[in-house]
Design a protein around this ligand. Structure first.
Ligand code: SAM
Length: 347
């Protein structure tokens, strides 16, 4: 897909952060009801735009300097036509060179997917053939009973494990596994996850629980903070820190003293990384979201629907990105949870 260069220079916010990383939620439907995300009471209502609408939005964003696109949801593998969408997106090329100079040849964008893995086994090979580069699978336990208690779907662990192994076998390795730790639910799984990383050749990334859940049950005490987690892992086996891939990398990376296994720790609550944030999101209903904790979204789809040209939409995106929040305020007095939770925003 070729793009038109719209506007001038890379997308930047008013704090000078270059915005290069887009999360696109392709549906807000999900086949899991994870206890820390959803109430489990939701009806059949969900919002998805036509594939062509998402593709147009991404094309414009890439023309403005987006280099990484991560498909998410809801559960993106529930979205019909996802493989074709991946194929279209895989032909997009970045609009700027690493030194910020505009180019019309570019490099292929970095195209990734975050999934719960339930439907991954049959889709791993088609997604690889369609041009997907990387897969992250969310798994909050490596023990079937705890897994099913969290997802509220019986026999879900076996399906996801089969999906992870298939993704590795078709060449997505090392697959990243994201685990949100909650005290009292799955913190007994920390050492088992370390073993899982070493045994399966996957990168396990622990993420601190953020106040983004539907039933507003977040408590500071439920969060397993980075320091506590590092102590637990060091007790299991001494950790050795690995270098960061880039300044905007959100995870601190570790291996063990024998070099086997890789653990990432993402600590948005205890060590916020807002100063290096390079992200913007498009929600499944086509709204721009500048921060996970924004109090309101910006209706890009509405402007498209009313006949906005690519240039007008690009100018709108620039103005919205410019206003991106400096940082989130989790844990500070007066912190307000966003009105829409993770499943709507796209994690
Ligand atoms: N359904 C897909 C999946 O499970 O990966 C994509 C969407 S899901 C909302 C994306 C990620 O957000 C998952 O790894 C999930 O564990 C994480 N997540 C959801 N709620 C969260 C919260 N309150 N704090 C931290 N991470 C959360």
């Amino acid at each position: 897909m070729r793009m038109e260069q719209t506007g001038h220079g890379r997308l930047r916010d008013r704090f000078g952060r270059a915005i290069t990383d887009l999360r696109l939620s392709v549906t807000d439907r999900c086949n899991y009801k994870c206890v820390y995300c959803r109430t489990g009471n939701e009806g059949a209502q969900y919002t998805e735009l036509a594939t062509g609408d998402y593709l147009r939005m991404v094309r414009i964003m890439v023309s403005l300097g987006i280099e990484k696109v991560r498909l998410t949801g809801g559960e993106p593998l529930l979205r019909s036509g996802l493989v074709e969408m991946v194929h279209e997106l895989s032909t997009l090329r970045t609009a700027f060179l690493s030194d910020g100079t505009a180019t019309d040849s570019g490099l292929p964008i970095d195209l990734a997917l975050t999934t719960n893995g339930h439907l991954l086994e049959p889709l791993a090979a088609p997604l690889m053939e369609a041009g997907l580069k990387r897969i992250t699978v969310s798994m909050d336990a490596v023990e079937p009973e705890t897994f099913a208690a969290i997802t509220r779907v019986p026999r879900s662990f076996e399906r996801v494990l089969a999906g992870v192994r298939k993704a590795t076998a078709v060449g997505f390795g090392p697959v990243k596994i994201n685990c949100v730790l909650l005290r009292g639910f799955n913190d007994h799984q920390i050492e088992a996850f370390a073993e899982f990383s070493r045994r399966e050749g996957v990168i396990v990334r622990f993420i601190e629980f953020m106040p983004l859940e539907e039933d507003r049950s977040w408590r500071s005490e439920t969060v397993i903070r980075m320091d506590e987690l590092v102590a637990r892992l060091n007790h299991f086996r001494p950790l050795v820190e690995l270098p960061q891939h880039s300044a905007s990398e959100t995870a601190r990376r570790f291996t063990f003293d024998d070099g086997v296994g890789e653990i990432g720790i993402i600590a948005p609550v205890s060590r916020p990384f807002c100063g290096h944030c390079s992200r913007i999101r498009i929600t499944s209903d086509g709204k721009l979201r500048t921060c996970l904790f924004s109090q309101s979204d910006h209706d890009l789809y509405g402007r498209m629907f009313r006949g906005g040209t690519d240039q007008e939409l690009a100018a709108y995106i620039r103005s919205v990105v410019f206003q991106k929040e400096e940082r989130h305020h989790i844990g500070e007095p007066g912190f307000e949870k966003p009105l829409r939770n993770m499943v709507h925003i796209g994690g």
